[in-house]
Ligand binder design. Sequence first.
Ligand SMILES: [Zn+2]
Length: 330
Amino acid sequence: MSLLDRVKQGVVVGDGGYLLELERRGYVDSGADRQKVGTGKGSGQFTPEVAVENPDALRGLHREFLGAGAQVLQALTFFATREKLSRAGYGEQTEAINAAAVRLAREVAGDAALVAGSVSRTQLFEREGPSSAGHVRDLLEEQVQLLRTAGVDFLILETFFHLEEMRIGLECAAATGLPVLATMSFRPTTQRCSDGHSPADCARQMADGGAALVGANCEQEPARMLPILRAMRAAVGARVGIAAQPSAFRTTDATPCFTRLPQFPDDLETIQVSRQDFRALGRQARQEGVHYVGGCCGCNAAYIRSLARGVADRSTAPGGRDARQRLSEC
Ligand SMILES: [Zn+2]
């Protein structure tokens, strides 16, 4: 069954965050000793070479998410463009890492879950500015074609800070013919993305760019992400679905994004939210018009189990607006 068919049946439960969880287990280099976050100095930097170096670790985490109730497994292809992998010393394995990540996810998913290819920002817009657009297009185009060839069911474009880079990603993704779920990440504020667009504007432009579901991921915990999702929902109406993959870290009014908090990356255990926050998100999803819920950084299988329970709680409770109905009305 396709992603859109599943969405029409009810709220889809996604999986959680891979890189931080595998970093905690010792398989991913956080680059904690790098000079400054985002400068590209230092090794590792949360790149996904675990897919070829420790496939059993990745396979095991996929199994945990599936067992917890995930209906989608994301191939661990986040930060797997050739340029980003090259900075970590793995550029020559770009094809192998993307292919292995999809193969592992598919192996675990079997017929029980869809497999999504994860495509993230390249980091070049932050490091080099809009003049990097041509290079970004080449990199994203290469990666989405690798994912299509590897056989993903759909693409998740996630953790983009600049809407301009997201638009490039959407154009590349459209050429694959695969369904696309597109989510922006908001940092350092929740009011605007890095190139100044409101959540509502981001949602409209992602829908215009062909995304079947639009939304937000990472940086905020569920409660702080909710206003972003409401603004997006109001902006796109029933044209497209809404997706949410929040992080599991408590942010503050002054710093509403966990990667800018001093606890990132080595003290994150001290700001972990309760899994009950994800159960609440699951309960709220349908009444808030959210069609796809999963987790991002800090969200392990315990959180996904609670999220799935929350979705089930809500589906058996009376009352509330029905997102499924609202989407199928369009
Ligand atoms: Zn994240």
